[in-house]
Design a protein around this ligand. Structure first.
Ligand SMILES: NC(=O)c1ccc[n+]([C@@H]2O[C@H](COP(=O)([O-])OP(=O)(O)OC[C@H]3O[C@@H](n4cnc5c(N)ncnc54)[C@H](OP(=O)(O)O)[C@@H]3O)[C@@H](O)[C@H]2O)c1
Length: 270
């Protein structure tokens, strides 16, 4: 039974120009939400036409903000832009993300820094910016798109998994602190999904792990995310096989064993 009605809510979504974020923006618009959408400035034209398409199809207010979240002041500009376009932010969807595949020590330090800026600092700052008004209003939701990578180390994209573990811990702890305020922080934790994130980050086309996890469809993941969001699930791992692995098996097995297996199954298959 859905608990949170999205009709007329003001929703800020980062990383809405492609992949899961594009699917999320479609679903939130279909539910009647007014949207402030973000993307990297390189995708300005794509975002502009996506905003026009959503507004025309669903009759909701949609504004686009191509702002680099990795730049100093980027998250603050995103928040201020969304607030002036919508008046207030009822729902924050932290979704923009990047990944770099390879040996940790071979990946340029600037790439590691950018990953932390987008996957961690921008999420944290946007939460910190939105929460005071939400608490004052006695309601509001934050949906952090995290990953199954949050639950164990991810060799060959080590900083990515670490960024997701940070966000999982932060989301759960802040959600606990908010009990009784009417505000909730929820996480959505998909496994590997067919989006530009993997190709751009140099993720190999084949790793053994895909035989278990599969490669999900971003639109399907977005629908599942919004369904879980409306039911106010605090943490949602879509697809039973991935839920079993990441909620049950990985927690029961010795951590050293999981790390050794992860090193093997996440390595490029030739
Ligand atoms: N794909 C997977 O296997 C997978 C699995 C689990 C979780 N996730 C998570 O799902 C979320 C969405 O990823 P996706 O797979 O849908 O990837 P995607 O299609 O590459 O989308 C990433 C979005 O983030 C935006 N972005 C990247 N860097 C940015 C920056 N510096 N400033 C502003 N926006 C920026 C991108 O904008 P541009 O397109 O303009 O660059 C794009 O809109 C991420 O948090 C990711 O970690 C993905």
């Amino acid at each position: 039974m859905p608990k949170y009605d999205l009709k007329g809510r003001n929703v800020l979504i980062t990383g809405a120009s492609s992949g899961i974020g594009r699917g999320l923006s479609r679903c939130f618009a279909a539910e009647g939400g007014n949207l402030a959408l973000g993307c990297h400035p390189s995708d300005k034209a794509v975002l502009e036409s996506w905003c026009a398409e959503l507004a025309g199809k669903y009759g909701v207010k949609v504004s686009g903000f191509p702002i680099d979240l990795a730049e100093p002041g980027g998250p603050e500009r995103m928040y201020d832009s969304a607030k002036s376009a919508l008046g207030k932010v009822d729902v924050l969807v932290n979704n923009a993300g990047i990944l770099h595949y390879g040996h940790f020590a071979d990946i340029p330090i600037t790439d590691h820094e950018a990953l932390i800026a987008v996957n961690v600092t921008a999420y944290l700052k946007l939460m910190r910016l939105c929460l005071p008004d939400m608490v004052k209003a006695g309601g509001g939701r934050i949906l952090n798109v995290v990953s199954t990578a949050a639950f164990q180390p991810t060799p060959w994209h080590a900083a990515y998994g670490a960024s997701k573990a940070f966000m999982q811990s932060l989301s759960e702890a802040v959600n606990g602190e908010l009990r009784g305020t009417g505000v909730k922080v929820l996480t959505f934790n998909p496994s590997y999904t067919r989006t530009p994130l993997l190709a751009r980050g140099g993720f190999p086309p084949r790793v053994w792990w895909f035989r278990i996890s599969g490669l999900s469809d971003p639109e399907d993941m977005a629908r599942k995310a919004v369904k879980a969001f409306k039911k106010e699930k605090p943490l949602h791992i879509p697809l039973v096989r991935n839920w079993l692995v990441h909620s049950i098996l990985i927690r029961a097995a010795p951590r050293g064993l999981i790390n050794r297996l992860s090193t093997l199954v996440l390595r490029e298959e030739r």
